[in-house]
Design a protein. Structure first.
Length: 88
């Protein structure tokens, strides 16, 4: 259960936000959709690896704090993409 909450939920949220940014920028001549796609290709697996290592190292003390930290690590990429979206 800790891997579902710590790995797949944050990755799903990242993918949904990246998909939303790509769909919003389709057909308006902006390169932001492509940038979000390229960032997402590398950021989602990297986030999953970082969260997996963190969860594996804190196996004995899996609490709400671990889930919050995994979600905060996963929020870095969407914040960057949203910043780029607001700047365009």
């Amino acid at each position: 259960m800790r891997y579902v909450l710590g790995l797949f939920i944050p990755a799903l949220l990242q993918c949904l936000l990246i998909y939303f940014i790509i769909e919003v920028n389709t057909g308006n001549g902006s390169w932001l959709g492509l940038g979000a796609f390229l960032i997402g290709i590398f950021a989602v697996p990297a986030t999953m690896i970082v969260n997996w290592v963190y969860i594996r190292n804190t196996q004995s003390t899996f609490q709400v704090k671990t889930i919050v930290r995994c979600l905060s690590i996963a929020a870095i990429t969407p914040v960057i993409i949203l910043f780029l979206f607001l700047m365009s």
